[in-house]
Write a protein of this length. Structure first.
Length: 322
């Protein structure tokens, strides 16, 4: 018995595409990429939240219904511009569409709405209040009796953390903790080897572990932190919550000169634009370093005067005799 209906071949892992380059929605589910599947689910959920049909979203985003269907089924590898059009039509951010953690639940969304467009001072107070609520502490705003006797020095390499840190520890009678050395002990190899063999993520895990152990072991200490510690928000929050923090600043040229004197150009070895790179790194991290409670310019005066200023600053913060 013949039929005038054309039969489609059974779905396979091979995808067909429409005139927009979108993959056919009848593709084998096993071939779908998990990220695209999650993306499609978020598009459908956001569309439902807005009470929009697929046709309405298609018109608002100026994207074909077929392309949109493929996107929702997790088989349409849409361009960034298409995703931007869809996010605008859904009145959400591109980050929300891509799976930003702060969009996972109504509470996250409500919190984000409350905090959006607040100034830095307000956000800092909120962070400290949340830290107290969750039992992780809050470094700022504590009285002298509550202030942590762990003094953490933060800043870019060459700021003087090791030199000034050892002087301060000896003066106060506190242990001196060079966090980079503690990281190497955990890993059983050098910082360079950790990063070259295992990657940046592994290094950050060792860094977090070293920070946690320093907090557990030393109620009093002077801790010299790696320059990039502020790049990991979780570890930096831990430091801010459990330490009295001082940002050691220096002119970029002094940073470079001191690092060269140490025979260390990580991560700028062989780079003719090393100073420009250093300035860019400093600019990128400055807003995080500035979260420290105190700051000290180590380029402003010779070492003895700089140390005297640090000792006075820390002494007053901890309520110690001069």
């Amino acid at each position: 018995m013949s039929s005038n209906i054309l039969q489609s071949p059974a779905p396979t892992h091979r995808q067909t595409r429409d005139e927009n380059g979108a993959a056919d929605a009848g593709t084998d589910p096993a071939a779908k990429h998990p990220f695209l599947v999650g993306l499609g689910e978020r598009v459908r959920a956001l569309r439902s939240r807005r009470g929009m049909t697929r046709k309405a979203l298609s018109a608002a985003a100026e994207v074909s219904e077929r392309h949109l269907a493929n996107l929702e089924y997790g088989v349409g590898n849409a361009s960034v511009l298409v995703l931007l059009q869809v996010s605008r039509a859904l009145k959400c951010t591109l980050a929300e569409l891509l799976g930003d953690a702060t969009t996972r639940s109504p509470e996250w969304l409500l919190l984000r709405e409350l905090l959006e467009n607040r100034d830095e001072a307000t956000l800092r107070r909120v962070r400290e209040a949340v830290g107290e609520l969750l039992g992780t502490g809050g470094a700022h705003g504590r009285g002298l009796s509550q202030r942590s006797a762990r003094v953490a020095l933060v800043g870019l390499r060459g700021a003087g953390k090791s030199t000034l840190g050892q002087m301060l520890a000896a003066d106060l009678g506190f242990p001196f903790v060079e966090l980079s050395r503690e990281i190497e002990k955990f890993a059983g190899c050098s910082i360079n080897e950790i990063q070259n063999l295992y990657g940046q993520n592994a290094y950050r895990r060792y860094e977090r572990r070293a920070m946690e152990e320093a907090i557990q072991i030393y109620p009093e200490a002077v801790i010299a932190t790696p320059g990039g510690l502020v790049s990991d928000p979780a570890t930096f929050n831990l430091l801010l919550a459990h330490c009295t923090t001082v940002w050691l600043q220096a002119d970029p040229e002094d940073h470079m000169r001191r690092v060269m004197a140490q025979g260390d150009l990580r991560p700028m070895a062989g780079n003719r634009e090393a100073l420009a790179d250093l300035k860019a790194i400093l600019a990128g991290r400055a807003a995080f370093y500035a979260k420290a409670e105190f700051r000290l310019d180590t380029s402003a005066a010779p070492l003895p005067a700089t140390y005297a200023a640090l000792r006075e600053q820390v002494g007053k913060a901890l309520g110690l005799p001069g």
